[in-house]
Design a protein around this ligand. Structure first.
Ligand SMILES: Cc1ncc(C[n+]2csc(CCOP(=O)(O)OP(=O)(O)O)c2C)c(N)n1
Length: 365
């Protein structure tokens, strides 16, 4: 009856390839085609500029509350590994990933302007709509991955969530089930250090979030989430493993939310400006730009050209969106797509809303 150590083959690695000065560790540099590198850079710049524009539109009252993504653009490095038949399972902070996966900018705006159409998933891509309940989507990803495995498919399901989601039961159930059934799921935690006003240190006492994977006997890796090359390399390992039947993986992507949680809060109330400034220096776009300039894949002119191009793209999308929203959104549509047949309590709510809208109309006439 001994008391002895159980040897476990576990370790947690941190992967960082590109530093803040745009210098790369040559031994770790992933083999990414040059055209894809520039495409990734463009997608990150587009996301940054669009996010900034959305904040202005929100302040003008043209769209409602939304969750800015500033600082978290390197997530595109992970979705770049997905094929059309793979599943993207996002939370509300994955606008760059969704746009990479074919969501039109005007549809993002439609969603935040309250139009049902904005939540529509693209017909030709397996993208789920954004999940507002924190962590729920991890289970959706596992269900999808289980389905893929059951049908002997070669696709994967990639779920994104925040550090706060790792405190939810759903997350633990998802990892447990995924591992027991060895399904092709890739879990990507965007550890942006804050869950609204709750700091990372109050979220978990563990040294890393990546180590949570070990309890479920799946590979866990921590990456510099502001380093798009590291995000790509980590996701490639995980996606390749999942496709080859090697089961799920968990990636903790250490990044930072540079802006507010949503446009409904004021981060100055709960975090220090000095902390934000430290992370501004680690901006994922600036370091990637330096790297691409160094490799001769970008020049001062092409940087300016891309900036102009994305601004024009945003402007055109906004114009299309303005035309699409000439007619006000119909709030009744919110009942249309969640259920084949509405349960009685929702039928009652639907009727109540109809009566209220009719009464308002009569009043207006
Ligand atoms: C189940 C659930 N509980 C609480 C909320 C309210 N809420 C919205 S976002 C959020 C914090 C999420 O933090 P994190 O998972 O770290 O993601 P982040 O917002 O930082 O991207 C909370 C508590 C919610 N939407 N769903």
């Amino acid at each position: 009856m001994p008391r002895k150590e159980i040897e476990l083959p576990y370790r947690v690695e941190h992967l960082s390839i590109l530093n803040e000065n745009g210098e790369v560790d040559k031994s770790l540099e992933p083999d990414i085609p040059e055209s894809l590198l520039v495409k990734l850079y463009r997608a990150m710049v587009l996301s940054r500029k669009f996010d900034e524009r959305m904040l202005i539109l929100q302040r003008q009252g043209r769209i409602g509350t939304f969750a800015p993504i500033k600082g978290q653009e390197a997530q595109v490095g992970a979705v770049a590994l997905l094929e059309p038949g793979d599943w993207l399972v996002p939370s509300f902070r994955e606008m760059p990933a969704e746009v990479w996966r074919g969501k039109k900018l005007e549809n993002v705006l439609l969603l935040y302007a309250g139009y049902n159409e904005g939540g529509r998933t693209p017909d030709d891509l397996n993208n789920l709509p954004v999940s507002i309940p924190v962590g729920t989507q991890t289970l959706h990803a596992v269900g999808l991955a289980y389905g893929i495995k059951y049908r002997k498919g070669k696709n994967v399901a990639m779920a994104f969530f925040g550090d706060g989601a790792t405190s939810e039961g759903d997350f633990h159930e998802a990892l447990n089930f995924a591992s027991v059934f060895q399904v092709p799921a890739v879990f990507i935690c965007q550890n942006n250090h804050w869950a609204i006003s709750l700091p990372r240190a109050r979220q978990s006492h563990s040294k890393t979030l990546a180590q949570k994977a070990l309890a479920y006997d799946m590979p866990g890796l921590q990456v510099d989430g502001n380093d798009v090359l590291a995000v790509y390399a980590a996701a490639k390992e995980a996606v390749d493993r999942a496709r080859a039947g090697g089961g799920p993986s968990f990636i903790e992507s250490v990044t930072y939310r540079l802006s507010m949680h949503t446009t409904a809060d004021d981060p100055k109330k709960y975090r220090r400006e000095e902390e934000v400034e430290q992370w501004v220096r680690r901006d994922p776009i600036i370091r990637f730009e330096k790297y691409l300039l160094g490799r001769g894949l970008l020049s001062e002119e092409s940087v300016a050209g891309i900036a102009d191009e994305v601004q024009a793209e945003i402007k055109e999308a906004e114009e299309r969106w303005t035309r699409m929203t000439e007619k006000p959104a119909d709030p009744m549509e919110m009942f249309d797509h969640a259920y084949e047949e509405l349960p009685p309590y929702l039928l009652e709510q639907k009727e109540q809303l109809r009566r209220e809208l009719d009464a308002k109309q009569t009043e207006a006439n």
